[in-house]
Design a binder for this molecule. Structure first.
Ligand code: WT7
Length: 673
């Protein structure tokens, strides 16, 4: 075994002082609590639900009848408001002057909202939405960069019971349209422009010609980010910044039913159309709070753990709010716990490579949560940009989105966390949180203060979560280090309830492959010590920089180019992004396969699907390997792209194309990034 392999297989321990004042102090205590939580989930979740301030108490914790009933309802009969729990209640309890959301701009502008200020800002925005005719249950689409108005508008929606559907800024205007149409949004809130690396870039301009084709939209509410007068104007435009400014700060919180939808968030699946994942009010809130409280163990207004109000820990999650991570881990869970939460407008590498660490120093960040892809991007620049800043306040680090592999894990541990190596390495824990848009918050995760870590492992289940490894026939796989399908055998409050407008699709996608289980779509394995390792997707979902892209969606964008007859995409290993997209493209008869055309197709995909969707490698091919039923064999495509063993091709209808593709792939040579 090499030195590095030995290091990788060691157990890493959190700094012992973290356990002293922790909410859960030992692994024995965790195991005992976990056992109780899965044996009697109703009791466990009833206890957790006490963290919420209810307008009316719920009557039943969970209405399911059997443990495997995933469509049961949670906290039925209860009335509450998520915005009230995140904002108002802290003011009412006398913490109006305590800091809540700390927003920092690219140009270093700081907006440190106290809970009172946040309440006023949210109330004004909520009144502005009401003045545009938005009522409880209406859908509002938010397409905004990481400006503070995004955080405030989502809370404003929650306040009046409107359902927000946030679209990531890196998606295209076309994808905004698809999402607006699917959930029939009445208002679109959009920025005039977006600041990126010091320069204004178009945002609203991209909607030209597209927003006109969204019949459900009654108003386009424009947030003035740069105030540029030359951006594209539309007859349904409203100057939202001005409208908000003239509103009153009085706006009551709408009492919502526990199971009322809080938001819709679209995520890619295996078919072309993204799914509108629906999260509810009470279950989502309770689950997010519970996971964050136990995993990160930060001091917050729910439990100051001996800190003063001002001395509370500082939480910084670097995700974009356009993804579930931003929803749950920047806004809803930390604010509902009464934490200080940092939101940063910009990218990690501008104006310099140490931007994250500068923010940590400047704002006194104690808990820092990012993605493996960001770590890989920063690792390239070495230790210097990290060492320039004082990171001594940091207590815990974390990752999400994909497996945190050994090289980046080691760098994070040593360079950022200043963890020791040697016989028994000790340091700032790296929380490896495994979850999905669908699950609301963490599913498999270490409790930062106490769980011994194995690099690359998301360790053990959270409370109330019972993971199972299954084979193709649904039998339990218990053998260690054996790849299996990863599923859960009982529901939890944070699980999505439905796919917007298509409940059948929810049942079909998650609950049908293994009846009685929720299937994640991932492969995983377990080792002899019971540590779980996620091995990646078992379906056609590609993870690029930790973001989920559906192959069919990317293919649809490629196919919409007039020169393209057909295409198929697969993941290809990339040093920073984890995977990038490798596209096989068959051209229309008579079209010349040139390098320019490749660039043109790439550009076309960027504009139709958005910069987040980029087929980085294109290979022209005369045909694609298909089964007799016409299904593209992606396993073969992946093997050809990476020039690895192709395996059995007996089931192919056209095995002769394989050799042609192998030859074409050889011509592409080594791929450099
Ligand atoms: C998929 C979900 C939920 C926040 C961000 C991504 C992969 C997520 C981990 C992890 C290994 C991970 C899985 C999962 N994934 N976290 N810690 N280790 N894989 O949300 O876009 O819904 O993607 O991300 O494949 O199914 P998402």
């Amino acid at each position: 075994m090499s030195e590095s392999d030995k290091e990788k297989q060691k157990i890493y321990y959190p700094l012992p002082e973290l356990a002293e004042n922790a909410r859960i102090k030992s692994m024995d205590q965790y195991r005992e609590m976990w056992k109780k939580s899965v044996e009697n989930p109703r009791e466990f979740w009833a206890e957790e639900a006490k963290m919420v301030d209810w307008f009316e108490p719920y009557k039943e914790v969970w209405t399911g009848s059997t443990p495997e009933d995933f469509v049961g309802k949670w906290f039925v009969g209860g009335k509450l408001n998520v915005c009230y729990n995140c904002v108002d209640r802290w003011v009412e309890k006398g913490y109006g002057d305590a800091k809540s959301l700390i927003w920092m701009g690219e140009d270093d502008t700081l907006k440190e909202f106290t809970f009172s200020e946040l309440k006023d800002a949210v109330s004004k925005t909520a009144n502005a939405l009401k003045s545009l005719g938005i009522k409880k249950g209406d859908r509002v689409c938010l397409w905004l960069p990481m400006v503070s108005e995004l955080a405030i508008t989502m809370l404003a929606c929650a306040r009046i019971g409107a359902i927000h559907s946030i679209v990531f800024g890196g998606f295209s205007a076309e994808s905004v349209k698809d999402r607006i149409d699917d959930s029939q949004c009445k208002v679109l809130v959009v920025a005039d422009q977006v600041m990126r690396a010091g320069r204004p870039r178009p945002m609203k301009d991209n909607l030209k010609g597209i927003i006109e084709t969204c019949p459900s939209i009654e108003h386009v509410a424009v947030v003035k980010v740069t105030g540029d007068e030359n951006v594209y104007k539309y007859e349904k435009d409203v100057d939202f910044t001005a409208l908000v400014a003239e509103q009153s700060t009085e706006c009551p919180c709408e009492p919502m039913d526990a199971e009322d939808p809080l938001f819709i968030l679209y995520t890619s699946g295996t078919t072309g159309k993204p799914k509108g994942v629906v999260h509810t009010t009470a279950g989502y809130l309770v689950y997010g709070m519970s996971t964050n409280k136990y995993v990160w163990d930060y001091s917050c207004l729910i439990d100051l753990k001996g800190d003063t109000v001002e001395g509370r820990d500082v939480w910084y999650c670097t995700a974009d709010i356009g993804w579930i991570t931003g929803h749950t881990q920047i806004i809803y869970s930390p604010l509902a716990l009464g934490a200080k939460t940092v939101m940063y407008e910009g990218v990690p590498t501008w104006p310099h490579k140490g931007r994250f660490w500068e923010i940590c120093e400047k704002l006194g960040v104690t808990h820092f949560y990012t993605a493996p892809t960001a770590i890989r991007a920063l690792m390239k620049y070495g230790e210097e940009p990290v060492n320039k800043f004082d990171l001594s306040k940091l207590k815990m680090l974390g990752t999400v989105g994909e497996v945190c592999n050994w090289p980046e894990w080691k760098w994070y541990w040593e360079v950022v966390g200043k963890g020791t190596t040697g016989e028994k390495p000790v340091g700032r824990p790296i929380v490896d949180s495994y979850w999905q848009t669908e699950t609301g918050s963490y599913m498999m995760v270490n409790l930062g203060a106490i769980t011994p870590m194995k690099p690359g492992s998301c360790t053990f289940p959270f409370f109330g979560i019972n993971p199972v490894l299954l084979d193709e026939d649904g039998n339990k796989v218990t053998k260690s280090m054996t790849q299996a399908y990863f599923a859960y055998d009982m529901p939890w409050p944070g699980l999505m309830r439905t796919v917007w407008g298509d409940h059948e699709r929810f049942v079909k996608t998650y609950l049908t492959k293994f009846p009685g289980h929720y299937f994640t779509g991932d492969y995983a394995q377990i080792d002899d010590d019971g540590y779980y390792f996620i091995l990646g997707r078992s379906d056609d979902v590609i993870k690029v920089s930790g973001h989920r892209l559906g192959s069919a969606e990317v293919e649809a964008a490629i196919n919409s180019h007039e020169a393209v007859a057909e295409s198929a995409v697969c993941p290809y290993p990339h040093p920073v992004k984890g995977s990038t997209i490798f596209a096989y493209v068959t051209l229309m008869t008579g079209v010349e396969p040139t390098e320019e055309l490749k660039k043109e197709i790439q550009k076309h995909v960027r504009t139709t699907a958005g910069p987040a969707v980029y087929p980085e490698i294109i290979m022209f091919s005369d045909a694609l390997p298909k089964t007799r039923s016409g299904k593209i064999m992606r396993r073969v495509l992946k093997a050809i792209a990476t020039q690895s063993d192709i395996g059995n091709t007996m089931t192919l209808a056209n095995p002769e194309v394989v050799q042609h593709l192998i030859d074409e792939r050889k011509k592409l040579g080594e791929i450099k990034f």
